[in-house]
Design a protein around this ligand. Structure first.
Ligand code: GDP
Ligand code: ZN
Length: 429
């Protein structure tokens, strides 16, 4: 590292800045190549004059998005799970996301996948020895059985990782939550309450939220992508009915849905008696309500405590998780938020806050990993199902299993995956 005058490359008398130059000799640099870093004063004029001067050199050009990371990958400094981890780390918004990304970027996932792959290749070596020499000659008896029991153990490990309730993917990419309900029930008020800011337009005019509004929020440490949807009702308005169709699709495509109803509108009888056996839920809602749908009975300020309690009891008796609250006055909203966060954690088999942090971090954090690990599992199973007399076939299955795991790290045919992974990087990372 050297403090130096930064001068124009073709006209050394023209000083551009007074800065630092740092030289990293390959292969110990980030990209594994020789790298020079110029540390400049951050003024816009300085940066553009230095970039302008550099661009006059025929061998200089600005880096493409993700190019530094791509070079690090091609130089073997990082594998694909580390590249993904780095990208996730840059984008991390919750504590859980930061932790799983840091772990992946640091190479822990890489080491685990490498171990699996090495294990499979070990089995393959056993089986290939059998093919080359034949059992009972140079190779001791039972080599095939030995390979089988190793493969069986690897299969168990892979299955353990696959049966993780998608925890890693949920923590990394978030739960998709759809808020739905009739117009004017308080859906946008709920989104604003969750976001703690005025994100959606809250108005007394029914049908204001005509399209879908999405926000990415942190609910009790869990990333949640919340969609506020158009109010569901019968309508002749063309634009509104498109919004309603989209709302229905958003609910169907969500991981979790929360139906918001205004208490006074759903009481079974106009007098507010809770003698009927169910809440009055408009028929537009019925097709979207499943056993998993949760309810927020809003506007509790307009009903008596007794009525709220009875309405809740009714929802529970029908197997639904429900809360009564008033987003207008704030009454019951604290209990709702705490309960809702708990319900989400429960649904995805996650623990709250620190308890989750004490658990083993899931290995699979991207759908891509799951796809390849599932195919590795199938090939290992196929190997186990192959009789010893078909040893050549068995070796083939093992080779495919090792390749499938190799694809996760990016060791095998990855061009298209690379393009997809590096495309989302910012310029110069
Ligand atoms: P959306 O159409 O379901 O999105 O409903 P909004 O959130 O836009 O709310 C509709 C109207 O109900 C607005 O005038 C809100 O101020 C009002 N509102 C929302 N929550 C409450 C509540 O808890 N109590 C009362 N009294 N009014 C509420
Ligand atoms: Zn709305």
């Amino acid at each position: 590292m050297e403090r130096c005058r930064i001068v124009h490359p073709t006209n050394p008398l023209e000083q551009l800045d007074d800065g630092l130059a740092v030289f990293f000799r390959g292969p110990r640099s980030f990209t594994t190549e020789d790298v020079v870093e110029l540390h400049l004063h951050s003024g816009r004029a300085i940066i553009s004059s230095v970039l302008g001067a550099l661009s006059q050199l025929s061998y200089c050009r600005p880096a493409e998005a993700g190019e530094f990371t791509r070079r690090a990958f091609l130089g073997g400094r990082m594998d694909l799970t580390q590249v993904e981890g780095l990208k996730d780390l840059i984008n991390a918004e919750t504590e859980g996301q930061r932790r799983i990304a840091l772990r992946a970027a640091g190479g822990t996932a890489r080491a685990q996948f490498d171990e699996l792959r090495t294990g499979i290749i070990g089995c393959l070596a056993n089986v290939e020895a059998l093919i080359d020499f034949g059992e009972g000659e140079d190779i001791e008896e039972g080599v095939y059985d030995q390979a089988r029991s190793r493969a069986q153990a690897l299969l168990c490990t892979i299955e353990k990782h696959l049966n993780d309730d998608r925890r890693g993917e949920i923590i990394r990419s978030g739960v998709r939550l759809a808020i739905f309900g009739p117009p004017n029930a308080g859906k946008s008020s709920l989104l604003n309450f969750l976001a703690q800011r005025e994100a959606a337009i809250v108005t007394p005019v029914p049908g204001t939220t005509r399209d879908i509004l999405e926000l990415s929020l942190d609910i009790g440490g869990l990333p949640v992508i919340v969609a506020d949807t158009a109010g569901l009702r019968k309508t002749d308005d063309v634009v509104e009915s498109i919004g309603i169709e989209r709302a229905k699709n958003a609910v169907r495509g969500a991981d979790v849905s929360l139906c918001v109803l205004a208490l006074p509108d759903v009481l079974p009888s106009p007098s507010g008696n809770m003698d009927a056996s169910s809440l009055h839920i408009p028929e537009e809602m019925a097709e979207l309500i499943t056993q998993d749908t949760m309810f927020l009975l809003n506007k509790s300020d307009l009903s008596s405590t007794h009525t709220c309690t009875a309405a809740l009891a009714l929802s529970y008796s029908q197997g639904h998780t429900a809360w009564a609250a008033s987003l207008g006055t704030g009454e019951g909203t604290g209990a709702f938020l705490a309960g809702f966060a708990r319900a989400l954690h429960h649904r995805f088999n996650l623990r709250d806050g620190e308890a989750e942090q004490e658990r083993e971090v899931p290995l699979i954090t991207h759908a891509r990993h799951r796809v390849h690990l599932e195919s590795a599992r199938r090939f290992l199973q196929a190997f186990l199902d192959t009789p010893a007399c078909d040893v050549v076939l068995g070796a083939e299955e093992l080779r495919y299993a090792a390749q499938a795991v190799g694809k996760i790290s990016g060791l095998i045919d990855v061009e298209h995956v690379l393009d997809a992974v590096f495309r989302d990087f910012c310029i110069g990372k």
